[in-house]
Design a protein. Structure first.
Length: 256
């Protein structure tokens, strides 16, 4: 029986070597700070249009798959229902020399544990006002994303997850809002934004131009009643080359 009148350090001193590790372990468990339970993103999405966690505070953990400054996409598994759109302008990753010298925002390949509130905004399940609980890892490889045909993109299950379209021919160039259209022959697909991995357009100097053929990677995002591909990366398969105008040249005299 424990003598409750003794201080804990005096009590530990009376334990034999077999009992002492159990007492220490129990003491550490009681005094350790509580950790929030991590909710898988498939449960946050709820495999339905509206998250069952809407309006609630939750903790999630995953890899950044696309990054757009104050917003990014987080994914904790491959495929449908496993991603979420994060609005986190206040999330800061501390300096980590020699890898990076100053504080920065999250980037593709970072693994983060965040606590934030779930909201449904314009049809997208979002994590808003997140707080960084743990910066787990960085520079992790990003999956290619689920390959979909253009006529398969209008699907709630892929909202917030990384997807791609292959052999996509550009139909219209980007407008003032960064929206452009591609087709793979099955349907037309709206793309939002340009290649964040190649901001200088080294792969394609004049950017998306009708006739160019790409492989386009990004995350699915709802806009109005439709889903668009929020572009993160582009691989150029072929570029449209304008035809060279021909000019007739007559050589005179023309020998027989």
């Amino acid at each position: 029986m424990v003598n409750s009148s003794l201080p804990i350090h005096n009590y530990i001193a009376t334990m034999n070597m077999q009992t002492l590790p159990l007492v220490v372990a129990a003491f550490l468990m009681l005094t350790a700070p509580a950790r929030s339970q991590i909710t898988p993103l498939i449960e946050v999405q709820g495999q339905t249009d509206v998250s069952p966690f809407e309006g609630q505070q939750i903790t999630v953990s995953g890899k950044v798959t696309e990054f757009f400054g104050d917003t990014w996409y987080l994914q904790d598994d491959y495929g449908a229902w496993n991603g979420i759109y994060v609005v986190g302008p206040d999330v800061v990753i501390n300096s980590n020399p020699p890898y990076w010298s100053g504080d920065r925002q999250p980037e593709v390949g970072d693994v983060l544990t965040l606590t934030g509130n779930v909201a449904e905004v314009d049809g997208n399940t979002q994590l808003i006002d997140p707080v960084l609980d743990e910066f787990v890892d960085f520079w992790n490889a990003t999956p290619m994303g689920v390959w979909l045909m253009a006529d398969q993109f209008q699907d709630e299950s892929y909202e917030g997850t990384r997807v791609r379209i292959d052999n996509a021919t550009v139909v219209t160039a980007p407008d003032a809002n960064g929206m452009w259209v591609v087709t793979d022959g099955t349907a037309e697909l709206a793309c939002w934004g340009l290649d964040t991995d190649d901001p200088s357009n080294n792969e394609d100097p004049d950017g998306p131009t009708p006739g160019d053929v790409y492989k386009v990677y990004g995350s699915l995002h709802q806009m109005g009643e439709s889903y668009v591909l929020h572009v993160g990366d582009i691989d150029v398969l072929s570029l449209d080359v304008p035809a060279i105008e021909s000019t007739a040249v007559q050589v005179w005299p023309n020998p027989a």
